[in-house]
Ligand binder design. Structure first.
Ligand code: NDP
Length: 447
């Protein structure tokens, strides 16, 4: 049940955004936490401040026509939701996946607003993407699509306006094609307009690794509060993309054993630990499937087609693929098998029922908007380097990332305690993020 002041706000969100269930879910989760805030500080419920936070500043939808390798014209839909720029230029990734529609991008943009606030850096929240499916497309097709996408999007971007990055289906290759087209159309080498760039053309060291590394730093700090560490722990990670791969890398560096990972077709278990070099070769270079990994590893690894990776017993689970990939039943299985901590590397991967089960059980639970903020934080570091025409070392950049993640963790923990729910990082993250955005919005007036 939401607070009585917040219930009508939520009803309005449902009415104005029909069918956008992930957006409803993301708003509900934040409003649920804000009950404690408006009880303590009723002024936050005034001036339609919360209503304004739930309404994007601008939503852009556009046609993306392109020609495939057979000479056929294809049409996709492009989106950019510029959610909130109270703290800085809109900032957030682009997702290319066939499931993308306006509701997906809105939920991600809403989450991004609070996540970016939690980093303490001067970045607002936005998100974009397309229902384009990159799977099976040639390099030339990807390039033509990215160029067409940017031919419309460029007019809405700028290093002081809106700065996209990658997300599902968008990595350095796609950022490169989009940056190239932006440069061509504007006749400006405006490095700070996109992040996730390659090192030789304005990228930052550690950006590729940042989301996965950051999520592990967050969970490491959480475990430390209970005098535990990753050393010797059994870990499962879902997905096998950017976030999953660098989550596995950092867990291994810290002495953990990652025994399973997945993609949308199934999962692989390897009791001796996933071989990261083989996984990277298959996923990053060959753009292959997790089933290919199992084949390459032979007898030591087992592939379970269409199975649920959450059935594999583990001390720590790191969902790092996509939204709502871990449901209430999965949560109960994990808890039955003795899971001690769950860290969301993906955005909203646990359903509300799963989150409730984790919180009720008293295990450690790190919500994505805090735990996966390392990616966008390092994007902001990339913007800093672009603005000062500088390039930092790996060590210096990683040290900054670790410091930011520790400070996000401590902020969430402190806020949760202040609002009477110690160890509830969901409440801590939502409230700490909200207060930062709300204060800036109040200062800037009704705009
Ligand atoms: P990638 O495209 O690199 O990898 C995504 C992985 O998730 C793939 O293994 C993919 O499998 C799997 N996946 C995607 N959709 C589904 C689905 N519907 N069902 C099952 N598995 C699926 O994306 P990222 O690693 O960049 O992103 C993963 C998550 O992390 C997303 O929620 C994203 O929003 C979040 N995130 C990413 C950040 C970043 O810096 N990249 C920053 C913060 C959050 P398959 O190949 O079979 O589709």
């Amino acid at each position: 049940m939401l607070d009585e002041k917040l219930e009508p706000i939520y009803a309005d969100v449902l009415r104005r955004n029909p069918g956008e269930v992930e957006f409803h879910q993301a708003v509900h989760e934040v409003l649920d936490s804000l009950g404690a805030v408006v009880a303590k500080h009723p002024d936050y419920a005034e001036g339609a401040l919360i209503e304004r936070i739930c309404e994007p500043e601008r939503q852009i939808i556009f046609r993306v026509p392109w020609v495939d390798d057979r000479g056929q014209v294809q049409i996709n839909r492009g989106f950019r939701v510029q959610f909130n720029s109270a703290l800085g230029p809109f900032k957030g990734g682009l997702r290319f996946h066939p499931s993308v529609f306006l509701g997906t991008i809105k939920f991600l943009g809403f989450e991004q607003t609070f996540k970016n606030a939690l980093t303490g850096m001067p970045i607002g929240g936005g998100k974009g993407g397309s229902d384009f499916d990159p799977k099976g497309r040639s390099d030339n097709e990807i390039m033509r699509f990215c160029q067409s996408f940017m031919t419309e999007l460029y007019r809405h971007l700028g290093e002081y306006t809106d700065v996209p990055a990658g997300d599902i289906g968008v990595g350095q290759r796609e950022i490169g094609y989009m940056f190239g087209q932006y440069k061509r159309m504007t006749n400006r080498y405006e490095s700070g307009v996109l992040t996730g760039k390659g090192l030789t053309w304005g990228g930052s060291r550690v950006r590729t690794e940042a989301t996965g590394y950051g999520a592990v730093y967050f969970v490491e700090r959480m475990l430390a509060r209970r005098n535990q560490s990753f050393d010797g722990k059994r870990v499962i990670v879902s997905g096998a993309g950017n976030v999953a791969i660098y989550t596995i890398a950092k867990v291994q560096q810290l002495g953990g054993r990652v025994v399973a990972c997945s993609d949308s077709e199934g999962y692989v278990v390897e009791e001796n630990g996933i071989d990261l070099a083989v996984l990277r070769e298959i996923k990053e270079r060959k753009r292959g499937r997790i089933a290919d990994y199992a084949k390459a590893r032979g007898a030591g690894a087992t592939f379970v087609a269409n199975g649920r990776v959450w059935d594999v017993p583990a001390d720590v689970a790191m969902p790092s693929a996509t939204q709502n990939e871990l449901n209430g039943q999965d949560a109960r299985t994990l808890l039955k098998n003795g899971v001690k901590a769950v860290g969301e590397g993906a955005n909203m991967p646990c359903t509300p029922e799963a989150v409730r089960a984790f919180l009720d059980s008293g295990i450690l639970f790190a919500p994505g908007k805090a735990a996966n903020a390392g990616g966008v934080a390092t994007s902001a570091l990339e913007m800093q380097q672009n603005a000062s025409r500088d390039s930092w070392s790996f060590e210096a950049t990683e040290a900054r990332l670790a410091k930011i993640m520790h400070s996000i963790h401590d902020d969430c923990a402190r806020t949760a305690e202040e609002y009477g729910a110690p160890d509830n990082y969901v409440l801590g993250a939502n409230v700490a993020g909200f207060i930062r955005v709300a204060e800036a919005m109040r200062a800037l007036g009704v705009i």
